[in-house]
Write a protein that binds this ligand. Structure first.
Ligand code: B12
Ligand code: SF4
Length: 660
């Protein structure tokens, strides 16, 4: 059977070398949102949802590597893979080329496959055997010769708990709801890469909700708020109102263990909703592109952004406002005005990205035609380096202005975590006496967050960037204490946080802090034999039955890429229960198919067999059964009217013929 290795680009990150820049990390909360905020920065690497999504929807045994070093990647290659797939973006093209070269050196027979936004780079075709431009599951299924029309299954992938001021925030479920965006802003790679179309992955609100509930099985409740958090990845998630309304129908009813989610949404999409409705459905944070008040975008037309953001925050919803710096009309003066405008919106987080010509976009086309794109390596096309000639400002100055923008935001508005708590506090005040039970439930969550956060205040006051912000934090602290009280537990927790940060301070005076590197992540899909292994299961001691063993042998039917499970001996209540656990475990964790061959069963309890098939009923599309001819009729009578029918055969050849 074929084997597939999927991998991210290699670490180290955050280092200026031939492959990467200090500004390129695997943690966007830090790089893009809070890099200037010192100890208040949110830290933690994000997993690669695209690769998990692909692996979870194939039948081929697959290993995913996240953030390997080059040596770790080489070691993995030695295990022998038929295909090696790499996810990358334009910025990480250099690392990807190196990984393709290394693959050919270490494992010459492996075929390289590259995918992700990096394939927009024209040279991409020269570095790999196969290039996927677009959705990856269908591409890999075709390449591996798997059936392509099987329904998509969303994997269970989680953002690990981010760290803030030495404390771990809760984990979040990651949901890929769709790809692409039809709004076609001229600089936007994620829109043009998918031809300015929206490709839904989850088509209905119910499907999204089902993924939330499925992920909840491995996603612990947030200790403090007793909620579960999700991050929905789709460029303009709030655009499809019908789908969002359907999701809201379910999330609003979930009063026990409420769900909360963050997403991306254009201003015009946000404006389709009543803000109370957004709070009720569990919107926790929304990322909105503000770009520039001086560049025309239909998505911003006629919208009072200040009012919109303030109203979201009044209802407990945090905001991330994103601005583009480096439009042609920007001068030293007007760019500062734009930055001040963004800060005046008082968003919880701000992002400043440099206007970057990425291949495939109209901006790239125009700047290339004008000969304005600088001859720089792709690693510099990361939004933190200015890569075009500009009529008024030099690239170096542009990058300085961006850094100043981040610093100004921190000094003027204070740490984002404090702004987040401000939104929580406002949300609590607005919603606590609401008529609707779900809004009161949301207020309860905000209450718990604020109450807990009191432990952070003494350290926040100490490390505040200036006196004005310090005064603001102190005023917030006083308001929180008068509203929520101060428990001795909170006082002890705040001492713990302060001591931890003080220790960190001392340590950093003697040993300069290293750039934190994410650990290697290695995930196996359908690789591990213990998912489904040959075994002997002991059954009930029965009078007159000498051998009470159910012997299971596991094999592969390569032709149809299915696992073959041959059962011999005794199938009674106990062995049926044991084997059903093994089979369900396999079905849950893989998207593979099963052929269960019961022809060599010598003792069969038909009721136990019926119970076994009942437990497997939900996977019946992926399971085929083989029985002795003499057993088939009895089985069918037992199942009739009780279980939806399985496909049953009396020999393997007929089964294979039916699939041919
Ligand atoms: C979450 C995220 C991250 C996470 C996770 C990375 C990841 N790629 O999953 C982290 C925090 C690590 C990250 C880091 C960075 N990111 Co980022 N990230 C995103 C974001 C918001 C979502 C990605 C996602 O999960 N999409 C959902 C999945 C399902 O889709 P997908 O990844 O596209 O995968 C599908 C297809 O593309 C294809 N596919 C993808 N890979 C492969 C591989 C193979 C072999 C095949 C066959 C198919 C295939 O199949 C998948 C399923 O259909 C995107 C924007 C976006 N909306 O996509 C930016 C984005 C990709 N990031 C971007 C950037 C700039 C960065 C950083 C350079 C930021 C920085 N300065 O540090 C770093 C790069 C470092 C790194 N390690 O790669 C840019 C890329 C453009 C550019 N300039 O290069 C984007 C487009 C954001 C933007 N609009 O600017 N990022
Ligand atoms: S709205 Fe956002 S995601 Fe959509 S095209 Fe514009 S910048 Fe891209």
């Amino acid at each position: 059977m074929k084997k597939l290795l999927l991998t991210t680009i290699f670490r180290p990150f955050g280092v200026d070398d031939q492959y990467g820049n200090a500004t390129t990390l695997a943690e966007f909360h830090h790089t893009n949102l809070t890099s200037a905020q010192g100890i208040f920065s949110l830290r933690g690497a994000n997993p690669n949802l695209g690769l998990h999504f692909i692996a979870g929807n194939l039948q081929t045994p697959t290993v995913i590597l996240e953030n390997p070093s080059l040596d770790e990647f080489k070691q993995e290659l030695k295990k022998g893979y038929d295909y090696v797939g790499i996810n990358f973006s334009p910025t990480t093209f250099g690392k990807t080329r190196k990984m393709c070269e290394v693959t050919k050196e270490v494992s010459p027979s492996s075929k390289t496959v590259i995918g992700g936004y990096g394939t927009a780079v024209p040279e991409a075709d020269t570095i790999a055997d196969h290039v996927c431009r677009g959705e990856g599951v269908q591409f890999m299924r075709k390449l591996l010769g798997e059936p392509i029309d099987r329904p998509l299954k969303h994997p269970r992938v989680y953002n690990p708990a981010l760290k803030l001021m030495g404390i771990h925030m809760g984990k979040a479920g990651l949901i890929a709801a769709g790809l692409g965006c039809p709004r076609a802003c001229e600089f936007c790679l994620t829109s043009y890469y998918f031809n300015c179309k929206h490709l839904p992955i989850l088509r209905t609100g119910k499907e999204i909700y089902d993924v939330m509930i499925d992920q909840a099985q491995e996603l612990p409740l947030k200790k403090r708020t007793k909620t579960r958090d999700y991050l929905i990845i789709e460029e303009d998630f709030l655009a499809d109102k019908k789908r969002v309304d359907e999701l809201a129908y379910y999330t609003k009813k979930k009063l026990d263990e409420p769900v909360m989610f963050a997403c991306f949404g254009a201003a015009a999409s946000i404006m389709q909703y009543d803000v109370k409705e957004l709070a009720a459905m569990g919107l926790e944070c929304v990322w909105v592109g503000i770009e520039s008040p001086h560049q025309y975008y239909k998505k911003l037309k006629g919208i009072d952004l200040k009012q919109m953001i303030s109203s979201l925050q009044e209802h407990g919803i945090m905001t991330i406002s994103s601005m583009v710096l480096g439009y042609d009309f920007h001068t030293e003066e007007s760019i500062q005005q734009d930055i001040d405008y963004l800060l005046s919106l008082n968003s919880t987080f701000n992002q400043f990205m440099l206007y970057t010509p990425l291949p495939g976009t109209p901006l790239f086309k125009k700047a290339s035609q004008e000969g304005r794109i600088l001859n720089l390596p792709w690693k510099d096309f990361d939004g933190f380096h200015f890569t075009m000639n500009h009529p008024h400002i030099s690239p170096q100055r542009m990058e300085e202005i961006q850094r100043e923008g981040y610093r100004k935001g921190f000094h003027k508005l204070g740490p984002s975590i404090m702004r987040a708590l401000e939104a929580n506090y406002k949300g609590y005040k607005t919603l606590k006496d609401a008529d609707s039970p779900i809004l009161r439930k949301r207020a309860e969550g905000h209450h718990k967050s604020c109450q807990f956060s009191l432990a952070l205040f003494p350290a926040a006051i100490k490390y505040a960037p200036n006196d004005e912000i310090r005064r603001k934090i102190k005023a917030m602290q006083a308001a929180f204490i008068s509203e929520f009280g101060l428990s001795s537990k909170t006082i002890w927790s705040s001492r713990y946080v302060s001591a931890k940060l003080a220790l960190q301070d001392i340590k950093e005076k003697f040993v300069p802090a290293k750039i934190p590197q994410p650990k290697l992540g290695r995930y196996c899909y359908r690789m591990s034999p213990d998912e489904l292994i040959s075994a002997e299961l002991a059954g009930k001691k029965l009078d007159g039955v000498k051998n009470n063993i159910l012997k299971i042998t596991v094999d592969e039917i390569e032709k149809i890429q299915a696992k073959l499970v041959i059962c011999k001996g005794n199938l009674d209540k106990l062995t049926a229960e044991k084997i059903s656990k093994m089979l369900i475990h396999f079905m849950e964790r893989s998207s593979g198919s099963l052929v269960l061959d019961f022809r060599e069963i010598t003792n069969i309890d038909f009721l136990a067999m019926r119970d076994l098939l009942k437990r497997l009923e939900k996977y019946r599309q992926r399971i085929k059964l083989i029985f002795q001819e003499s057993h088939i009729e009895k089985i069918i009578t037992q199942l009739e009217g009780k279980i939806e029918s399985f496909e049953i055969f009396d020999c393997r050849e007929k089964l294979l013929q039916s699939l041919a």
